[in-house]
Design a protein around this ligand. Sequence first.
Ligand code: PMT
Length: 313
Amino acid sequence: MSSSSRLDDPEESFMTEVENFFNTAPPLKDHSVIEEKLKGFIERNSHASENGVSMKRIVCVTSGGTTVPLEQRCVRYIDNFSSGHRGAASTECFLKAGYAVIYLHRRGTCQPYCRSLPDDPLLECFESVNGSSVQVQQAQAEAVRKAIANHHAALQQGLLQMIGVALRDLGSRAMFYLAAAVSDFYVPWESLAEHKIQSSAGPLDMRLAQVPKMLSVLRKDWAPLAFCISFKLETDSHILLEKASTALKKYNMHAVVANELVTRKEEVTVVTTHGKICIRREAGDDVENPLIELLVQKHTAHIEGNKGTMEGQ
Ligand code: PMT
C-alpha cells in the first residue's frame, strides 16, 4: 500500500501516527528487565487457582501525572496537577478485593498505604532514644502503625503497551483502570532542543504536538478481551457527562468514570451503556471504596459474559 493511500484512511493514518509516536521516542530504559519482571508477576498470579481453575484477576492501574520535557537533556518540563491519590486508594481497594495489581506511575506519585502518613518531613516522625535506637514520635505513631499493618496485610494476601500485550492471555480476567492524567500534548523528540534552552534568546515560542490517545489501540489490538475503564476529567460541570459518554463510545470502553477537578475526592459518576451511576463519598470513607466495589461487580459480569465465547472454551 502506498503512503498516500494509508493517509487517506483515517484508521490507517491514526495507526501511522501511533507507530511514529513510538518509533521517534527514546527507547524505554531497562526495557528487557521490566519485561521479565512483568512476565514473572503475571505468571505467578495467573496460576493462583481455586478448585483447580485459575481464578486470579489482574488489574493494571495507571496513576498520577505525566511530564512533558522541553529539552532532550531535560532541565524544564510541563507538568499537571494529578497527585496519584485516586490510583493509590484504588489499588488498596483492588488488593482488598483479591486482585493482583500492576501499579503504573511516575516517581513521586502518591503510593498505596502511604496516603494516611503524616505530611511532616520524614525525619520529624522519628526520635532517637538513648542515642542508640530510633522510635516513631508519639504523635505520628498511630498513623505509621496503621500504614504498616495495612501494607503487611496486603502483602500476605497475596508501561501500557507492554502490560497490555503481557496481559492478553489472561483474557477477560484482566482489567485496565486508567486513572493517570496523561498529557494530551508533547514535543516530539526530534524537535526538542538537545541542551538547556537559553533565556537570553528571548521569549520561548514552542509548538506542542498531540499525543495519540492509546485507548482505542489498547481495546482493539493490545488487550481486546480485557475489561477497560477510562476516566474523564473536566473543570466545567456542564460538559462533563456528555464528554464521558462520547469517550465511552469513541474508545469502546466498558465504563468511563467522570469526575470534576474540585469535587474529585467526593463524587464520581460511572458512565456505561446501561446508564449513569453517581457515587458519593460517605463520611470518613474514600469514594474509591464504593467505586471499586461497583467496578468489581461489573468485571464479574464481563467475565461471565465471556464464558460462552471462544475464550471460555
Ligand atoms: O491523581 P489525583 O489527584 O487523585 O486525581 C485523579 C484524577 C482526576 C487524575 C483521575 O480521577 C482522572 O480523572 N484521570 C484522568 C484524567 C485525564 O487525563 O482525563 P482526560 O480526559 O484527559 O483523558 C481521558 C482518558 O484518556 C484517561 O483515562 C487518560 O488516562 C487517557 N489518555 C489521555 C491522554 C492520552 N494521550 N492517552 C490516554 O490514553
